[in-house]
Design a protein around this ligand. Structure first.
Ligand code: THU
Length: 120
């Protein structure tokens, strides 16, 4: 997992975060070993910005053809926001690692991060 967090750190360097100044990176690993990275991309219309996790998962879908169940792990340089927790649940990622504010690394499942999700 440290390699995946290192990839997330590298991705954070590409963040476009002129409004918050809060740079976030994420890296997902597929079951067949591919890695897709992402960073946050902000916008002057604030709600239109994209989180790092969503960028990484979107790349796995758009570039790698991934679907829910195909992603084994994700590492994030910060604690995932509520909306991203819903994305992590949607894609059924086995293991979510993220760096806490104190620098320690937490490891969770999507269900631990967002219990009792609804089903359509
Ligand atoms: N951010 C992420 O990229 N991921 C998260 O889960 C937490 C928040 C970004 C969004 C915004 O660009 C900045 O951090 C401040 O909220």
């Amino acid at each position: 997992m440290t390699d995946l967090l290192a990839a997330a750190d590298a991705a954070a360097a590409h963040a476009y975060a002129p409004y918050s100044g809060f740079r976030v990176g994420a890296a997902v690993r597929t079951r067949d070993g591919r890695v897709f990275t992402g960073c946050n991309v902000e916008n002057a219309a604030y709600p239109l910005g994209s989180c790092a996790e969503r960028t990484a998962i979107s790349r796995a879908v758009a570039e790698g053809g991934c679907r829910p169940g195909d992603l084994e792990a994700i590492a994030i340089t910060a604690s995932p926001c509520g909306g991203c927790r819903q994305w992590l649940a949607e894609f059924r990622i086995d293991r979510v690692s993220y760096r806490r504010e104190d620098g320690s690394v937490a490891s969770s499942t999507p269900a631990e991060l967002l219990p009792d999700t609804f089903r359509l």
